[in-house]
Design a protein around this ligand. Structure first.
Ligand SMILES: Cc1cc2nc3c(=O)[nH]c(=O)nc-3n(C[C@H](O)[C@H](O)[C@H](O)COP(=O)(O)OP(=O)(O)OC[C@H]3O[C@@H](n4cnc5c(N)ncnc54)[C@H](O)[C@@H]3O)c2cc1C
Length: 434
C-alpha cells in the first residue's frame, strides 16, 4: 500500500509542534500531527509560565477559552541564604489587562491547544513514535513510525520533538547535548486549598504570583521556582547537568533540601505532593542553535535549543518558531518547492525574530556559567549578599560606616578579592548584554 501523503508532517505535539500544525492547517495545508504520548501533554512538564504575545499572534484572545491557572500579577526573585532571603520583585495591576502571562499545567493546556489544531484540520496521530526519516536522494520526504505500515510521506517535515530530539540527531544538526548545555529539572505539584494560596501569596481571585530563587542548590549552577496555580503550587529546581555529574548529587535531593528551607517550608506547609516529574532544559543558548532547515525539513522549539533561560521563556519561543516554520511551509507549498533554498526562509525568519535577538543578547551567559566557579555564584555570593543585608539592617550600636566596611570586606572575601569582585561584575554585565 502506498504511504499516505501530507503537505506537512509535524513531529511532536508540544508548544512548537502544535503551533506549527495549527498555523499550517488553518492556512489550508494537509497536516499530520504525530505525538508519541497517549495524548498531547500526557508526558510533558514545564514550570510553568505561559506568555500571551506569541500565542495571541496565533489564536487571538485564546485566554478566554484556554485552561489557564492564574494571571501573574507579581514576579519575585529571591536570593536565598541558609536561613534568610534577599528579595526583589515587581507587582503591577497593569499585568491583568491585557494579561502578560499565566501559570498553566501542560497536561491540560497541550490537550486544549492540540484540540484547536485538530479543529483547524490537522490529523492527530497519537501514541505513535517517529523513528526515522524517509529520504530520497539526500532529501527528507517523510517519516517512518513505530506503527505497522507506518511510513508517511510529506512535502516537508517539521521537527518539534523536544530537547532529546532523536530526529535532530538523525539529521546530524546536533549530537548529544554536552553536560554544560542542559540542566536537569525536577518538579513537584503540591495540592493546597485555594484560600491558603491566596493568603500566603497575597492574592485575590485569579491573581497569581511566581517566585524564582537562586542559592541553596548545594553550590551548583541552578535556579528554583515556586508558582501558584488555582489549587496547587508548582515547586521545582533545575541544575546544570555538568555540576550534578561533578558532585554526584541527584536533583530530587536538592529539591528535598529546598523544601526544608524556612522561606519555602512556610509557603508549602500542609500541602500534599500530587505529582513528581523530571525533564531536561536546553541551556546552551545562542551558540548551540543548530542549522534550522534543509531539503524537506525544518526544526523548532527545544529541539533547536530555543530557550531563553534568563527570562525562563521557552514555550513562547517554541510557539513562535512553530508558527514561522508553518508560514514557510505555506510559502513552499504555494511555490510547489520544498527545497532547502525555499525552506531557508524559515532560518531567515528566525534570525529576524525575537528568538535570535534575545538569545544573542544573552549569549555570554552560557560562557559565564561554564567558566565561573558555580560554588561562588550559587552559594558564596548569595550567602554574602544575605549577610550584608543582615548587617546593614541590624541596629546593634555599630556605626553605619563600620558596617559598610565590614560588608564590603565580606563581599570581597567571598569573591576572592577586590579585583575578582570587579572582574565578576564586568563579566556578569557582559553576559547580560551580548
Ligand atoms: C521544569 C521546567 C520548567 C519550565 N518552565 C518554563 C516556563 O515557566 N515557561 C516557559 O515558557 N518555558 C518553560 N520551560 C521550557 C518549556 O517547557 C519548553 O521550552 C517547551 O516545552 C518547548 O516546547 P517544544 O514543543 O519544543 O518541546 P516539548 O514541549 O518537549 O514537546 C515535544 C513533544 O514531542 C514529543 N516527541 C518527542 N519525540 C517524539 C517522537 N520521536 N515521535 C513522536 N513524538 C515525539 C514529546 O512527547 C512531546 O510531546 C520549562 C521546562 C522545564 C523542563
Amino acid at each position: 500500500m502506498a504511504a499516505a501523503y501530507f503537505d506537512v508532517i509535524v513531529v511532536g505535539a508540544g508548544p512548537a509542534g502544535i503551533s506549527a500544525a495549527y498555523t499550517a492547517a488553518s492556512g489550508g495545508l494537509k497536516v499530520a500531527l504525530i505525538e508519541r504520548g497517549e495524548f498531547p501533554g500526557a508526558k510533558n512538564i514545564f514550570g510553568g509560565v505561559l506568555y500571551r504575545k506569541q500565542l495571541e499572534d496565533i489564536i487571538p484572545e485564546f485566554w478566554k477559552e484556554a485552561p489557564l491557572e492564574r494571571t501573574i500579577v507579581e514576579q519575585r526573585m529571591w536570593v536565598l541564604g541558609k536561613e534568610s532571603v534577599v528579595t526583589f520583585g515587581h507587582r503591577n495591576e497593569r499585568y491583568k489587562e491585557p494579561p502578560n502571562c499565566w501559570t498553566g499545567l501542560r497536561v491540560k493546556f497541550d490537550q486544549w491547544y492540540a484540540g484547536k489544531a485538530e479543529k483547524a484540520g490537522a490529523v492527530p496521530i497519537y501514541e505513535t513514535v517517529v523513528t526515522d526519516f524517509l529520504r530520497e536522494g539526500g532529501r527528507v520526504v517523510g517519516v517512518r513510525t513505530d506503527r505497522e505500515e507506518g511510513d508517511l510521506r510529506a512535502g516537508v517535515v517539521i521537527v518539534a520533538d523536544g530537547i532529546n530530539s532523536l530526529l535532530g540527531k538523525a539529521l546530524g544538526v546536533h549530537k548529544e547535548w554536552l553536560p554544560d548545555q542542559v540542566s536537569l529539572a525536577v518538579k513537584e505539584v503540591i495540592e493546597l486549598p485555594k484560600e491558603k494560596i491566596q493568603d500566603r501569596f497575597n492574592l485575590e481571585g485569579d491573581e497569581g504570583c511566581t517566585i524564582e530563587f537562586v542559592g541553596e542548590t548545594l553550590g551548583m549552577a541552578g535556579l528554583g521556582f515556586l508558582y501558584t496555580n488555582q489549587e496547587t503550587l508548582s515547586l521545582g529546581v533545575g541544575v546544570m547537568v555538568s555540576d550534578l555529574k561533578k558532585q554526584r548529587v541527584k536533583p530530587y535531593e536538592i529539591l528535598d533540601s529546598i523544601k526544608q528551607h524556612p522561606m519555602i517550608r512556610k509557603l508549602i506547609q500542609g500541602g500534599e505532593a500530587k505529582e513528581y516529574s523530571g525533564h531536561l532544559i536546553p541551556e546552551g543558548g545562542f551558540d548551540s542553535l543548530p542549522q534550522l532547515a534543509g531539503d524537506g525539513w525544518m526544526i523548532c522549539g527545544d529541539a533547536a535549543q530555543m530557550v531563553n533561560v534568563v527570562h525562563r521563556e521557552g514555550t513562547n519561543l517554541a510557539m513562535l518558531s512553530g508558527r514561522l516554520a508553518a508560514e514557510t511551509a505555506m510559502a513552499a507549498h504555494a511555490a510547489g518547492n520544498y527545497s532547502a533554498g525555499v525552506l531557508r526562509g524559515y532560518q531567515q525568519a528566525v534570525q529576524a525574530s525575537l528568538i535570535y535577538r534575545d538569545l544573542r543578547k544573552y549569549r555570554g551567559m552560557h560562557h559565564l556559567l561554564r567558566d565561573m566557579d558555580s560554588d561562588l555564584l550559587f552559594d558564596r555570593l548569595p550567602q554574602a549578599l544575605n549577610d550584608a543585608a543582615y548587617q546593614m539592617l541590624l541596629v546593634d550600636g555599630t556605626p553605619k560606616k563600620d558596617k559598610q566596611r565590614k560588608v564590603l570586606r565580606q563581599l570581597r572575601d567571598a569573591s576572592g578579592g577586590r579585583l575578582d569582585l570587579l572582574r565578576l561584575g564586568l563579566k556578569g554585565w557582559g553576559a547580560m548584554n551580548g
